[in-house]
Design a protein around this ligand. Structure first.
Ligand SMILES: NC(=O)c1ccc[n+]([C@@H]2O[C@H](COP(=O)([O-])OP(=O)(O)OC[C@H]3O[C@@H](n4cnc5c(N)ncnc54)[C@H](OP(=O)(O)O)[C@@H]3O)[C@@H](O)[C@H]2O)c1
Length: 291
Protein backbone atom coordinates (compact mmCIF):
# COMPACT_ATOMS: atom_id res chain seq x y z
CA UNK A 1 0.00 0.00 0.00
CA UNK A 2 1.00 3.63 -0.56
CA UNK A 3 1.46 6.06 2.34
CA UNK A 4 -2.10 7.06 3.41
CA UNK A 5 -3.29 10.56 2.54
CA UNK A 6 -4.80 12.97 5.10
CA UNK A 7 -8.47 13.86 4.71
CA UNK A 8 -10.21 17.06 5.77
CA UNK A 9 -11.60 15.32 8.89
CA UNK A 10 -8.07 14.67 10.18
CA UNK A 11 -8.10 10.95 9.38
CA UNK A 12 -5.99 9.03 6.87
CA UNK A 13 -7.14 7.57 3.56
CA UNK A 14 -5.51 4.22 2.68
CA UNK A 15 -4.91 3.49 -0.99
CA UNK A 16 -4.90 2.00 -3.58
CA UNK A 17 -8.43 0.66 -3.17
CA UNK A 18 -9.54 -2.62 -4.67
CA UNK A 19 -12.93 -2.21 -6.38
CA UNK A 20 -15.76 -4.71 -6.52
CA UNK A 21 -17.27 -3.01 -9.59
CA UNK A 22 -16.26 -3.45 -13.24
CA UNK A 23 -16.03 -7.17 -14.05
CA UNK A 24 -17.19 -8.12 -10.53
CA UNK A 25 -20.54 -6.29 -10.74
CA UNK A 26 -23.51 -8.62 -10.26
CA UNK A 27 -21.16 -11.51 -9.50
CA UNK A 28 -20.02 -13.36 -6.39
CA UNK A 29 -17.03 -11.18 -5.49
CA UNK A 30 -16.07 -13.08 -2.33
CA UNK A 31 -13.02 -14.88 -3.73
CA UNK A 32 -11.51 -11.89 -5.62
CA UNK A 33 -12.07 -9.62 -2.58
CA UNK A 34 -10.50 -12.15 -0.21
CA UNK A 35 -7.54 -12.59 -2.61
CA UNK A 36 -7.05 -8.82 -2.79
CA UNK A 37 -6.94 -8.55 1.01
CA UNK A 38 -4.59 -11.54 1.26
CA UNK A 39 -2.34 -9.90 -1.34
CA UNK A 40 -2.13 -6.76 0.79
CA UNK A 41 -4.97 -4.42 -0.25
CA UNK A 42 -6.46 -2.73 2.82
CA UNK A 43 -9.21 -0.68 1.16
CA UNK A 44 -12.23 -2.30 -0.49
CA UNK A 45 -14.43 -0.08 -2.68
CA UNK A 46 -17.97 -1.34 -3.13
CA UNK A 47 -21.34 0.16 -4.10
CA UNK A 48 -25.02 -0.59 -3.78
CA UNK A 49 -25.11 -0.39 -7.59
CA UNK A 50 -22.77 -3.39 -7.95
CA UNK A 51 -25.32 -5.70 -6.31
CA UNK A 52 -22.59 -7.79 -4.72
CA UNK A 53 -22.31 -6.33 -1.21
CA UNK A 54 -23.22 -9.67 0.42
CA UNK A 55 -20.40 -11.50 -1.36
CA UNK A 56 -17.99 -8.63 -0.68
CA UNK A 57 -18.89 -9.04 3.00
CA UNK A 58 -18.19 -12.77 2.84
CA UNK A 59 -14.82 -12.10 1.18
CA UNK A 60 -13.94 -9.56 3.86
CA UNK A 61 -14.96 -11.86 6.71
CA UNK A 62 -13.01 -14.84 5.38
CA UNK A 63 -9.88 -12.77 4.70
CA UNK A 64 -9.97 -11.12 8.13
CA UNK A 65 -10.35 -14.49 9.81
CA UNK A 66 -7.66 -16.21 7.72
CA UNK A 67 -5.22 -13.34 8.24
CA UNK A 68 -6.00 -12.85 11.93
CA UNK A 69 -6.87 -9.24 11.12
CA UNK A 70 -9.20 -6.97 13.08
CA UNK A 71 -12.04 -5.17 11.27
CA UNK A 72 -10.26 -1.85 11.69
CA UNK A 73 -7.30 -3.14 9.67
CA UNK A 74 -9.56 -2.68 6.68
CA UNK A 75 -11.17 0.41 5.13
CA UNK A 76 -14.51 -0.29 3.51
CA UNK A 77 -16.28 2.14 1.19
CA UNK A 78 -19.74 1.76 -0.26
CA UNK A 79 -21.93 4.14 -2.25
CA UNK A 80 -25.51 5.32 -2.14
CA UNK A 81 -27.32 4.39 -5.35
CA UNK A 82 -30.58 6.25 -4.79
CA UNK A 83 -33.12 6.89 -2.06
CA UNK A 84 -36.39 5.03 -2.80
CA UNK A 85 -39.64 6.89 -1.96
CA UNK A 86 -40.49 6.73 1.72
CA UNK A 87 -36.99 5.67 2.72
CA UNK A 88 -33.81 7.48 3.70
CA UNK A 89 -30.13 7.11 2.82
CA UNK A 90 -29.66 5.63 6.32
CA UNK A 91 -32.26 2.94 5.55
CA UNK A 92 -30.31 1.96 2.43
CA UNK A 93 -27.00 1.99 4.31
CA UNK A 94 -28.44 -0.20 7.07
CA UNK A 95 -29.38 -2.69 4.34
CA UNK A 96 -25.85 -2.51 2.85
CA UNK A 97 -24.36 -3.11 6.30
CA UNK A 98 -26.68 -6.07 6.87
CA UNK A 99 -25.60 -7.54 3.53
CA UNK A 100 -21.91 -6.97 4.23
CA UNK A 101 -22.14 -8.13 7.83
CA UNK A 102 -20.55 -4.89 9.09
CA UNK A 103 -21.50 -2.44 11.83
CA UNK A 104 -20.36 0.59 9.88
CA UNK A 105 -18.48 1.57 6.75
CA UNK A 106 -15.39 3.75 6.81
CA UNK A 107 -16.69 5.83 3.94
CA UNK A 108 -20.11 6.30 2.34
CA UNK A 109 -20.31 8.13 -0.98
CA UNK A 110 -23.15 9.59 -3.04
CA UNK A 111 -22.51 7.56 -6.20
CA UNK A 112 -23.94 9.98 -8.79
CA UNK A 113 -25.52 13.41 -8.19
CA UNK A 114 -27.97 13.00 -11.08
CA UNK A 115 -29.83 10.21 -9.27
CA UNK A 116 -31.11 12.70 -6.67
CA UNK A 117 -33.81 15.23 -7.55
CA UNK A 118 -33.01 17.10 -4.31
CA UNK A 119 -29.26 16.85 -3.85
CA UNK A 120 -29.22 18.96 -0.67
CA UNK A 121 -31.76 16.64 0.94
CA UNK A 122 -29.67 13.64 -0.13
CA UNK A 123 -26.59 15.22 1.44
CA UNK A 124 -28.48 15.94 4.70
CA UNK A 125 -29.39 12.25 4.77
CA UNK A 126 -25.73 11.35 4.22
CA UNK A 127 -24.88 13.58 7.20
CA UNK A 128 -27.48 11.64 9.21
CA UNK A 129 -25.66 8.38 8.30
CA UNK A 130 -22.51 9.82 9.82
CA UNK A 131 -24.33 11.15 12.88
CA UNK A 132 -25.88 7.72 13.49
CA UNK A 133 -22.45 6.07 13.31
CA UNK A 134 -23.38 4.00 10.24
CA UNK A 135 -20.59 5.68 8.25
CA UNK A 136 -17.40 7.05 9.78
CA UNK A 137 -17.22 9.72 7.09
CA UNK A 138 -19.05 10.78 3.96
CA UNK A 139 -18.07 11.87 0.49
CA UNK A 140 -19.25 12.00 -3.10
CA UNK A 141 -18.51 10.57 -6.52
CA UNK A 142 -18.91 11.93 -10.04
CA UNK A 143 -19.71 15.40 -8.68
CA UNK A 144 -19.20 18.40 -10.96
CA UNK A 145 -18.41 21.88 -9.62
CA UNK A 146 -22.13 22.74 -9.71
CA UNK A 147 -22.98 19.66 -7.60
CA UNK A 148 -20.28 20.45 -5.03
CA UNK A 149 -21.55 24.03 -4.88
CA UNK A 150 -25.12 22.85 -4.42
CA UNK A 151 -24.36 20.87 -1.26
CA UNK A 152 -21.97 23.49 0.16
CA UNK A 153 -24.61 25.20 2.29
CA UNK A 154 -23.77 26.98 5.56
CA UNK A 155 -22.66 24.50 8.20
CA UNK A 156 -22.86 21.51 5.85
CA UNK A 157 -20.25 18.77 6.13
CA UNK A 158 -17.57 19.12 3.47
CA UNK A 159 -17.23 15.80 1.57
CA UNK A 160 -13.90 14.12 2.38
CA UNK A 161 -13.40 12.92 -1.19
CA UNK A 162 -14.89 13.13 -4.68
CA UNK A 163 -14.22 9.86 -6.53
CA UNK A 164 -14.05 10.67 -10.24
CA UNK A 165 -13.02 9.07 -13.51
CA UNK A 166 -9.43 10.21 -13.92
CA UNK A 167 -6.80 9.44 -16.54
CA UNK A 168 -4.73 11.46 -19.02
CA UNK A 169 -7.55 11.69 -21.61
CA UNK A 170 -9.76 13.45 -19.10
CA UNK A 171 -7.21 15.49 -17.17
CA UNK A 172 -7.84 18.73 -19.09
CA UNK A 173 -11.63 18.42 -18.69
CA UNK A 174 -11.20 17.69 -14.96
CA UNK A 175 -9.18 20.81 -14.17
CA UNK A 176 -12.13 22.99 -13.01
CA UNK A 177 -13.45 20.36 -10.59
CA UNK A 178 -9.91 19.55 -9.39
CA UNK A 179 -9.32 23.26 -8.70
CA UNK A 180 -12.59 23.50 -6.73
CA UNK A 181 -11.69 20.42 -4.67
CA UNK A 182 -8.21 21.73 -4.00
CA UNK A 183 -9.64 25.05 -2.80
CA UNK A 184 -12.16 23.36 -0.47
CA UNK A 185 -9.97 20.55 0.90
CA UNK A 186 -11.81 17.74 -0.89
CA UNK A 187 -9.44 14.94 -1.91
CA UNK A 188 -9.78 13.81 -5.54
CA UNK A 189 -9.64 10.04 -5.83
CA UNK A 190 -9.96 8.10 -9.03
CA UNK A 191 -11.51 5.21 -10.84
CA UNK A 192 -11.06 4.27 -14.49
CA UNK A 193 -7.37 5.15 -14.34
CA UNK A 194 -6.37 2.35 -16.70
CA UNK A 195 -8.84 3.50 -19.39
CA UNK A 196 -6.06 4.51 -21.86
CA UNK A 197 -4.82 0.93 -21.74
CA UNK A 198 -7.99 -1.04 -21.31
CA UNK A 199 -10.80 0.88 -22.96
CA UNK A 200 -9.18 3.12 -25.61
CA UNK A 201 -7.02 0.97 -27.85
CA UNK A 202 -4.56 2.63 -30.26
CA UNK A 203 -4.94 6.12 -28.80
CA UNK A 204 -2.15 8.74 -28.84
CA UNK A 205 -1.04 7.63 -25.37
CA UNK A 206 -0.28 4.02 -26.24
CA UNK A 207 3.16 4.52 -27.84
CA UNK A 208 4.09 6.99 -25.08
CA UNK A 209 3.19 4.48 -22.36
CA UNK A 210 5.18 1.73 -24.13
CA UNK A 211 8.22 3.98 -24.48
CA UNK A 212 8.16 5.10 -20.83
CA UNK A 213 7.50 1.56 -19.52
CA UNK A 214 10.45 0.22 -21.56
CA UNK A 215 12.77 2.96 -20.35
CA UNK A 216 11.71 2.62 -16.69
CA UNK A 217 12.13 -1.17 -16.90
CA UNK A 218 15.74 -0.71 -18.01
CA UNK A 219 16.39 1.90 -15.29
CA UNK A 220 14.71 -0.13 -12.52
CA UNK A 221 16.19 -3.46 -13.64
CA UNK A 222 12.71 -4.97 -13.37
CA UNK A 223 9.66 -5.04 -15.62
CA UNK A 224 7.57 -1.88 -15.31
CA UNK A 225 4.22 -2.27 -17.06
CA UNK A 226 2.15 0.32 -18.91
CA UNK A 227 -0.55 -0.03 -16.23
CA UNK A 228 2.05 0.84 -13.61
CA UNK A 229 3.11 3.91 -15.64
CA UNK A 230 -0.51 5.14 -15.58
CA UNK A 231 -0.69 4.49 -11.85
CA UNK A 232 2.59 6.36 -11.31
CA UNK A 233 1.07 9.25 -13.28
CA UNK A 234 -2.01 9.38 -11.01
CA UNK A 235 0.27 9.22 -7.97
CA UNK A 236 2.30 12.14 -9.32
CA UNK A 237 -0.93 14.11 -9.79
CA UNK A 238 -1.81 13.49 -6.12
CA UNK A 239 -4.87 11.39 -6.98
CA UNK A 240 -5.15 8.11 -5.01
CA UNK A 241 -6.71 5.48 -7.24
CA UNK A 242 -9.25 2.70 -7.07
CA UNK A 243 -8.50 -0.14 -9.41
CA UNK A 244 -9.50 -3.76 -9.75
CA UNK A 245 -8.71 -7.02 -11.45
CA UNK A 246 -10.31 -10.38 -11.91
CA UNK A 247 -6.81 -11.88 -12.25
CA UNK A 248 -4.86 -12.70 -9.06
CA UNK A 249 -1.50 -12.14 -10.83
CA UNK A 250 -2.30 -8.46 -11.39
CA UNK A 251 -2.78 -7.77 -7.66
CA UNK A 252 0.98 -7.68 -7.02
CA UNK A 253 1.55 -5.64 -10.20
CA UNK A 254 -0.74 -2.95 -8.76
CA UNK A 255 0.69 -3.09 -5.24
CA UNK A 256 4.31 -2.99 -6.44
CA UNK A 257 3.79 0.56 -7.77
CA UNK A 258 4.37 1.72 -4.20
CA UNK A 259 8.01 0.58 -4.38
CA UNK A 260 8.79 2.02 -7.85
CA UNK A 261 10.62 5.33 -8.26
CA UNK A 262 8.26 8.23 -8.97
CA UNK A 263 7.65 9.48 -12.49
CA UNK A 264 9.95 12.30 -13.64
CA UNK A 265 8.52 15.73 -14.52
CA UNK A 266 9.54 15.07 -18.13
CA UNK A 267 7.61 11.78 -18.31
CA UNK A 268 4.61 13.38 -16.61
CA UNK A 269 4.72 16.08 -19.28
CA UNK A 270 4.92 13.53 -22.12
CA UNK A 271 1.79 11.83 -20.76
CA UNK A 272 -0.04 15.12 -20.16
CA UNK A 273 0.65 16.23 -23.74
CA UNK A 274 -0.45 12.96 -25.36
CA UNK A 275 -3.52 12.82 -23.10
CA UNK A 276 -4.52 16.38 -23.94
CA UNK A 277 -4.56 15.54 -27.66
CA UNK A 278 -7.78 13.51 -27.28
CA UNK A 279 -10.76 13.57 -24.92
CA UNK A 280 -12.34 10.31 -23.81
CA UNK A 281 -14.77 9.90 -20.95
CA UNK A 282 -15.86 6.31 -20.56
CA UNK A 283 -18.18 6.54 -17.54
CA UNK A 284 -20.83 9.16 -16.65
CA UNK A 285 -20.82 10.77 -20.08
CA UNK A 286 -23.51 13.20 -18.87
CA UNK A 287 -20.70 15.11 -17.16
CA UNK A 288 -19.61 16.34 -20.62
CA UNK A 289 -23.19 17.12 -21.73
CA UNK A 290 -23.50 19.91 -19.21
CA UNK A 291 -26.74 18.25 -18.01
N1 LIG B 1 -17.67 5.85 -8.66
C1 LIG B 1 -17.94 5.35 -9.84
O1 LIG B 1 -18.85 5.82 -10.55
C2 LIG B 1 -17.12 4.20 -10.35
C3 LIG B 1 -17.18 3.85 -11.70
C4 LIG B 1 -16.40 2.77 -12.13
C5 LIG B 1 -15.60 2.08 -11.23
N2 LIG B 1 -15.58 2.44 -9.92
C6 LIG B 1 -14.78 1.70 -8.93
O2 LIG B 1 -13.46 1.66 -9.35
C7 LIG B 1 -13.03 0.30 -9.42
C8 LIG B 1 -11.97 0.20 -10.47
O3 LIG B 1 -12.61 0.12 -11.70
P1 LIG B 1 -12.01 0.50 -13.08
O4 LIG B 1 -12.46 -0.53 -14.02
O5 LIG B 1 -12.41 1.87 -13.34
O6 LIG B 1 -10.43 0.35 -12.84
P2 LIG B 1 -9.22 0.48 -13.85
O7 LIG B 1 -8.03 0.49 -12.98
O8 LIG B 1 -9.42 1.57 -14.85
O9 LIG B 1 -9.30 -0.87 -14.70
C9 LIG B 1 -9.24 -2.12 -14.12
C10 LIG B 1 -9.36 -3.13 -15.23
O10 LIG B 1 -8.18 -3.05 -16.01
C11 LIG B 1 -7.90 -4.32 -16.51
N3 LIG B 1 -6.47 -4.38 -16.81
C12 LIG B 1 -5.44 -4.11 -15.98
N4 LIG B 1 -4.28 -4.22 -16.62
C13 LIG B 1 -4.56 -4.59 -17.89
C14 LIG B 1 -3.79 -4.87 -19.03
N5 LIG B 1 -2.46 -4.80 -19.01
N6 LIG B 1 -4.42 -5.21 -20.17
C15 LIG B 1 -5.77 -5.30 -20.21
N7 LIG B 1 -6.56 -5.06 -19.16
C16 LIG B 1 -5.97 -4.70 -18.01
C17 LIG B 1 -8.33 -5.28 -15.43
O11 LIG B 1 -8.81 -6.42 -16.10
P3 LIG B 1 -8.59 -7.90 -15.54
O12 LIG B 1 -9.78 -8.18 -14.71
O13 LIG B 1 -8.54 -8.69 -16.81
O14 LIG B 1 -7.32 -7.89 -14.78
C18 LIG B 1 -9.48 -4.54 -14.72
O15 LIG B 1 -10.74 -5.03 -15.10
C19 LIG B 1 -14.31 -0.49 -9.67
O16 LIG B 1 -14.18 -1.85 -9.36
C20 LIG B 1 -15.24 0.24 -8.77
O17 LIG B 1 -15.06 -0.17 -7.43
C21 LIG B 1 -16.32 3.50 -9.47
Amino acid sequence: MEPPVPLNDGTLFPWPAYGSGTALRDTDASTPVASAIRAGFRHIDCAQMYKNEASVGRGIASALEAGGLARDALYVTTKLLEVPPGRTAADTLRESLRLMGLECVDLFLVHEPVRHSDLRQAWREMEECKMLGLAKRIGVSNFRVQDLEEIATDGATVPVINQIEFHPYIYEASKPVLAYMHEHGILPTSYGGLTPLVRIKDGPLNPVLVEIADRLSTQAGQAVTEAQVLQLWMKKKGVPYTTTTSKPERLQEYLQVASLPGLSDADEQLIDTAGASAHHRFFCKWIDDGT
